[in-house]
Write a new protein. Sequence first.
Length: 258
Amino acid sequence: MFRTKIIQPNPEGEQMLRDAMRNIVQPSRRAFLQRTLTLGGMTLLTGCTPNSERSIEAALTQISRWNDRVQGMLFDPTRLAPIYPDSMITRPFPFNAYYGEDEVRQINGDDWRLELSGLIADRAPWRLEQLRQLPQETQVTRHICVEGWSAIGKWGGVPFASFLRRIGADLSAKYIGFLCADDYYTSIDMASALHPQTLMALTYDDRELPPRYGFPMKLRIPTKLGYKNPKHVHAIFVTNTYLGGYWEDRGYNWFGGS
Ligand SMILES: Nc1nc2c(c(=O)[nH]1)N[C@H]1C(S)=C(S)[C@@H](COP(=O)(O)O)O[C@H]1N2
Ligand SMILES: [Mo]
């Protein structure tokens, strides 16, 4: 139920808002909302006073979607993420996933195929060897995880924009989705997919991508937060339908710019 008229002090509502905040897993987002969001403020942003836990969640989601649109509008497709000298690479580079390092998926590179579907002219699957034969680039960039750490690493691989052109992807489509060997999934906007630093990474630190960092292929997107960099990718699809992602469906902001 929504009240739209006068905003009255609502201690129960304030408590529910605080509870909903605690459920927001992204610390930066939580801190931002805690600093800026009151029930009255939420009413101004969403046009109604949410007064149940569910409607607060819904209102927060609405704010996050609005945030996606703003980030999408502000995103400058030519602006490059900072690059660093090799001497600044973080060693050892951290591992992270929704499970522990002992559960890292062991994938056989000879059997692996990259499946393509959706708005793509040539949907033939790719073998790892074929990807290795495409022109490669290497870059040293900073990976920022919302859990509160960042690290500088060196990834090499195929610029994603050139791959998308090569397979005849519809570059006017809105989204690219990724499925991973470990049930992880995410999706990104086309502008970020075409950004010159977005790589289909096949190497880490000039060697074959190790299993823990996403063998045989991960998307390295230095303009996005860590959770928007899917490892162990085995399927890519191009679509106009919103897809969300593993963490995005659990409350992380979808655009996830860094
Ligand atoms: N397949 C897959 N990709 C994933 C994740 C995951 O759990 N599974 N976690 C994401 C998160 S939250 C982070 S911070 C980075 C960690 O990458 P790293 O292990 O190379 O540091 O991977 C991202 N991509
Ligand atoms: Mo992360």
